[in-house]
Design a protein around this ligand. Structure first.
Ligand code: ZN
Ligand code: FE
Ligand code: FE
Ligand code: ZN
Length: 268
C-alpha cells in the first residue's frame, strides 16, 4: 500500500517517544508513505502535564524542527500538526497556542477527565475507584465537546477508554450515536488509530461497532499510527483498511492544501 498517509505520529519533544523526529520521517519514506503528519503532544497552557507533553517554551522549537525537516526531505510531504488535549478549562488558551503557529491540521484528543489522566498507565488505579459506566459516559461527553469546540480537524483515538480493558457494563450504543451525530454536525473527522493494537486492549481505536455508527452518521475517517517509536509509523495499516471496509466505509480522507478530501479506499 504505497502512497498512503500517517497523520498521527510523535517525537521526542513529548518526553515519552523514542528516537529522533527525523527517524519518523525516514521510516515513513522507507514504507513508501506519501505524507507524514508530525503531530506531537501540544503543551498544556501551564505545562500541567509535562511528563507527557512538550513544554510551552519548546513549542517554537518543535515547529522550527518540523520546518527544517520539510526542507531536508522534499521527497515526502511532511505536515505540521499537533495532538492537542481537549479539556473544558483550557479551551481558550489552547486556541491561543494553536493560533500562534500555522498548523496544517490539529488532532483533538481526550486523555484527561477532570484532573485524571484516564489513559495514563501511571494513573490506572483510579479505574478501580470509580463507576466504570460513569467514566465511559463522561468520556463520550468530552468527545462531543471536543468536536463542538471547533478547534480540531480530527478527533483522536475515539474510544481510548478501552485501552486497559475496563469495559462498560451498560450499553453505550446511545452514547456512540449521540457522539457520531455531534461529530457529523461539527464536521470533524474520526481517525482509525492502530496504536490500540499495541496496548492491553489489542484492538484498533475505535471499535468496528463505533466505526459503523460513525459511518451511518456520515462522519469521515482518516488514518494514524500514533507512533511513539519510529518503527511504528504506518503500523498495521492493512488491518486498518480492512476494518474501515468491514465497518462499511468506501472512502477515507487525505490532507490537501484545500483541507481533507475524501478518496476511495485503496483496493490492496
Ligand atoms: Zn503520547
Ligand atoms: Fe492520544
Ligand atoms: Fe498520539
Ligand atoms: Zn495519541
Amino acid at each position: 500500500m504505497k502512497g498512503l498517509f500517517d497523520y498521527h505520529t510523535h517525537s521526542p519533544w513529548c518526553r515519552h517517544a523514542e528516537g529522533r523526529t527525523e527517524d519518523y520521517v525516514l521510516e515513513a519514506k522507507k514504507k513508501g508513505l506519501a505524507q507524514i503528519g508530525l503531530s506531537d503532544h501540544l503543551p498544556w497552557p501551564k505545562d500541567e502535564h509535562k511528563s507527557w507533553t512538550m513544554l510551552r517554551a519548546e513549542l517554537p522549537n518543535y515547529v522550527e524542527e518540523v520546518r527544517a525537516l520539510q526542507k531536508a526531505h522534499p521527497d515526502i510531504e511532511i505536515l505540521l500538526a499537533a495532538e492537542a488535549d481537549y479539556h473544558a478549562e483550557t479551551l481558550g488558551q489552547v486556541g491561543d497556542l494553536l493560533s500562534g503557529h500555522d498548523f496544517d491540521y490539529v488532532i483533538g484528543s481526550v486523555h484527561v477527565l477532570g484532573k485524571w489522566g484516564m489513559d495514563n498507565h501511571d494513573e490506572i488505579a483510579e479505574w478501580g475507584k470509580r463507576d466504570i459506566d460513569g467514566i465511559w459516559r463522561d468520556y463520550f461527553r468530552a468527545l462531543r465537546e471536543s468536536a463542538e469546540s471547533g478547534l480540531f480537524d480530527i478527533i483522536g483515538h475515539c474510544d481510548v477508554a478501552k485501552k486497559f480493558n475496563f469495559l462498560p457494563k451498560a450499553d453505550m450504543t446511545g452514547e456512540m450515536r449521540k457522539t457520531a451525530e455531534a461529530f457529523a454536525k461539527a464536521g470533524v473527522l474520526a481517525e482509525i488509530n492502530t496504536s490500540g493494537l499495541r496496548k492491553p486492549c489489542r484492538e484498533i481505536y475505535p471499535s468496528e461497532k463505533f466505526l459503523r455508527i460513525l459511518n451511518e452518521a456520515g462522519v469521515g475517517i482518516t488514518l494514524g499510527s500514533d507512533a511513539h517509536r519510529p518503527q511504528d509509523v504506518g503500523a498495521d495499516f492493512g488491518l486498518a483498511l480492512r476494518l474501515a471496509r468491514d465497518a462499511g466505509f468506501s472512502k477515507w480522507s487525505r490532507y490537501s492544501r484545500l483541507g481533507f478530501l475524501p478518496e476511495a479506499l485503496p483496493s490492496a
